[in-house]
Design a protein. Structure first.
Length: 124
């Protein structure tokens, strides 16, 4: 006799899960240029958390090739390449040492110029 209520509750839960999976959409990481500028300025000032920085440099930004170039330059800062060694760790809350923060500052200024040149959209 307990089979029918248990079956109905299980059917309701599984059906709800199925509907959620069918109509839901996968989470997407698509930071805007302004969010990345805020992240870079935070690296300069020591307010960006390491987890946010690792997420930014770890995932390609294929939806915006110019922003992905900035990310790739930050990856070179982090890991180095054939010409430059990786930047040293900063003290306290800073992710990088002074030289690394100076290079981040240059990247942030370049990104700020990209944002200023970006066309403005207005939806009506």
């Amino acid at each position: 006799m307990d089979f029918i209520p248990v079956f109905l509750v299980t059917l309701l839960i599984v059906g709800g899960l199925g509907l959620a999976l069918f109509f839901g959409k996968a989470p997407v990481h698509r930071p805007s240029r302004q969010e990345i500028l805020t992240l870079l300025r935070g690296v300069e000032s020591g307010t960006t958390r390491r987890e946010h920085w690792d997420m930014f440099i770890g995932y390609p930004l294929s939806y915006d090739p110019e922003l992905d170039q900035v990310r790739q330059q930050c990856v070179i800062l982090e890991e180095g390449d054939g010409e430059t060694p990786p930047m040293g760790q900063g003290l306290g809350d800073y992710i990088y040492n002074r030289e690394g923060r100076e290079r981040i500052h240059q990247l942030a200024d370049a990104l700020e110029q990209m944002i200023k040149k970006e066309p403005k959209y207005r939806e009506f």
